[in-house]
Design a protein around this ligand. Structure first.
Ligand SMILES: O=c1[nH]c(=O)c2nc[nH]c2[nH]1
Ligand SMILES: [Zn+2]
Length: 430
């Protein structure tokens, strides 16, 4: 099936942190999509002349962006968003972990997976690196829900063997066998990819990190994700637990877990050595600004990451984060860099890149992240309801870039009118 989409569209096929003019915009643009793949892109008048028989879907009056890519979000925490006012370790104990224990019940986990997937798609997120559950049945339930809805999900069994609560602990042997079974069942099936996921070094012994490394070695192509350097108290505990490690990163590095397919969430308090190793390994820091603010974790040192050459993408970190919208994460990143002495001034091109192409790079998914011919048509149509302030800005914007800035400043999931993955409509606002 072929469709010619007519829209004001923007995308960042290049990295605006390293390329001038990275933001590409068409005020009256056309995207020719055939079988879910973008075949041609340009001014609408040119495309309609070249493809006069293609049926036109008219999306004028809003903005069409590549689908958002969330590189850090927790499946079992959708129902506990809003536990404000606690630092990380207290928030885990009081808010997150009691809910995560409920995921042992697969029927409960199915409901959570539905809420979660709806939250992502409704915010315009089409690809997500998802911290799964400590329970294999819940991870299965989420893979099934993602397959049903079309969401591109990269996820896995979360493993820990200490310092959480008994129900959430496993053993290195079980972590390996359950992980292996899930990889064999899901990795590379449809749009699903597996991510080996020790929760964080605080809750993961060397034995369980070694089990994770065995899964990575035996299944090339699976992704790796965990947390790092989020909170000063957490870092102290990790230092005590791993007296032989040079730093937090080293707890993963010496197990063989750091490489091109590794995504480490937060990294608010890194050392220069850690940044150097992350850059050399070409792994990614998933920056989660709303979570860092809500949990009081600190200001992400974006300048130091960029100077060291570390790739950075964006994560919502639901439920430490405050919702699924990567527009809100972009705005909060902008605020925090503004407030941080020596912070990086972030313009709309940076924000769009962080919310889209940067995530595709992080996950090594060249088929998504922008509107290049040959890429999948994963897209979000922002079309605010008539009479809203964002609608007023859109109707009076002097350029697509101005409208994009306003979308980050004041856009919400309520402004997401329609979302496509591989050309299929996966969400339509009521
Ligand atoms: O923001 C966070 N959310 C979590 O669930 C978590 N677990 C370990 N470290 C974490 N940080
Ligand atoms: Zn997290």
């Amino acid at each position: 099936m072929t469709t010619l989409y007519r829209a004001t569209f923007l995308h960042t096929p290049e990295n605006p942190f390293t390329h001038a003019e990275a933001l590409r915009a068409e005020a009256d643009g056309g995207l020719l999509v055939e079988g879910g793949v973008i075949r041609a892109r340009g001014a609408f008048t040119d495309l309609s002349a070249a493809y006069p028989d293609a049926p036109v879907t008219d999306l004028r009056g809003g903005l069409l962006l590549p689908g958002f890519i969330d590189t850090h979000v927790h499946l079992p925490q959708v129902r506990v968003i809003g536990g404000l006012g606690l630092p990380l370790l207290d928030w885990l104990d009081q808010c997150a972990l009691p809910e995560e224990a409920r995921m042992a019940d697969v029927a409960y986990a199915r409901g959570v997976a539905r809420d979660f997937t709806r939250g992502l798609l409704g915010a315009g997120t089409t690809t997500a690196l998802v911290f799964g559950s400590h329970f294999a049945g819940a991870v299965d339930a989420f893979f099934e829900e993602a397959a049903k809805t079309g969401l591109r999900a990269v996820t896995g069994l979360v493993v820990s063997d200490r310092l959480l609560r008994g129900e959430l602990h496993t053993t290195p042997e079980r972590a390996y066998t359950e992980g292996k079974a899930l990889i064999e069942r899901w990795h590379g099936v449809g749009r699903a990819l597996y991510a080996v996921t020790p929760r964080f070094s605080l809750s993961a012994s060397e034995g369980i990190l070694d089990a994770c490394a065995a899964l990575m070695r035996e299944h090339p192509g699976v992704r790796f994700t965990s947390h790092i350097n989020e909170n000063t108290r957490e870092i102290e505990v990790v230092r005590e637990l791993f007296p032989g490690a040079r730093d937090y990163l080293d707890t993963y590095e010496r197990a063989g877990l750091i490489g091109r397919h590794s995504v480490l969430a937060h990294n608010v308090h890194p050392s220069d050595r850690e940044l150097g190793v992350m850059a050399a390994a070409r792994c990614t820091a998933a920056h989660c600004p709303c979570s860092n603010s809500a949990l009081g974790s600190g200001f992400f040192p974006l300048r130091r990451h960029l100077d060291a050459g570390v790739h950075v993408a964006l994560g919502s970190d639901v439920g430490g984060g405050t919702g699924f919208s990567l527009l809100k994460e972009g705005l909060q990143a902008h605020f925090m860099q503004n407030l941080l002495p020596g912070g990086v001034p972030l313009n709309p091109a940076h924000l769009l890149y962080l919310a889209t192409k940067a995530g595709a790079e992080a996950l090594d998914l060249p088929e998504v992240g922008a509107f290049e011919p040959g890429q999948q048509f994963d897209a979000v149509h922002l079309a605010p309801a008539p009479g809203t302030p964002l609608d007023a800005v859109f109707r009076n914007a002097t350029s697509p870039e101005r409208a994009l800035a306003a979308a980050f400043a004041t856009g919400t999931p309520g402004d997401v009118a329609r979302v496509w993955i591989a050309g299929d409509a996966v969400h339509t606002r009521d």
